[in-house]
Design a protein around this ligand. Sequence first.
Ligand code: NDP
Ligand code: 8X3
Length: 254
Amino acid sequence: MNKIALITGASSGIGKASAVEFAKHGVDIIAIARRLERIVDLKDELEDKYKINVLPVKLDVRDKDAVLDYLQNLPDRWKNIEILINNAGLSKGLEKLQDGKIENWELMIDTNIKGLLYVTKAILPGMIERNSGTIVNIASIAGHETYIGGNVYCATKSAVLQLSKALRMDVLGYDIRVVSIDPGMVETEFSIVRFDGDKEKADKVYENITPLSAKDVAEAVWFAVSRPKHVTIEDMVIMPTQQASAVLNVKNYK
Ligand code: NDP
Ligand code: 8X3
């Protein structure tokens, strides 16, 4: 029986690329997202190409009751999750705090922090029972550094870094690894979401620079997960070569 990885936010970007990368290595996937049609298409593609199994699940990680209810009652065949990739997340808006929209703050906090916690709460007890598992949290360079307008998004990603550290302490003594992957600029739908669907504005972010691809990050996730059991990659910061900090890159360094 193949190992099972549960990936949140598998309908796009880093989550989708991670599903492809893990499928390539013979891992079965529970693919979670709100856009069901995308993860159903992903199932068809991956099952056909890599002969693994995919369970697409339409779930909003902010919905505590739905997350706990569904993930604590998975079909037997899907219960033994070996890898959890807490990837679902977003940034909405880039206003200074004084101009920020409270509904955007709540959306980021509810998704990036509370959603990650709900999913972890549902999956971790099984890992503890089996004394085996790897949890990968997708944080960000924004968790290490802040920037103008980054306020709440950066705070949520700092929280993810702290939660990864805390969890490593909480599971000490079990064969459970907790990994944080912290990318810089990755070209995905992230900026389209940040700028409320303004594709032109989003495209400008990635103009005249070579950002990371979702695949670059997915390969780093696979690297961390595929280390021997006694090795934990605690925290991997992965940046485009043309970006030297959250705000400094080849477009603005002079
Ligand atoms: P995308 O917008 O391409 O993907 C985000 C994914 O999260 C989608 O699959 C989306 O699925 C899912 N998602 C969002 N909200 C929810 C929700 N409430 N419930 C379930 N799924 C949800 O962006 P990225 O791939 O770039 O983002 C993935 C992660 O990487 C995020 O945590 C982001 O903060 C982080 N990151 C991104 C960087 C970048 O520059 N792109 C850099 C550093 C970190 P759906 O809408 O179908 O629900
Ligand atoms: C996304 C990277 O620098 O745009 O986490 O916040 S950044």
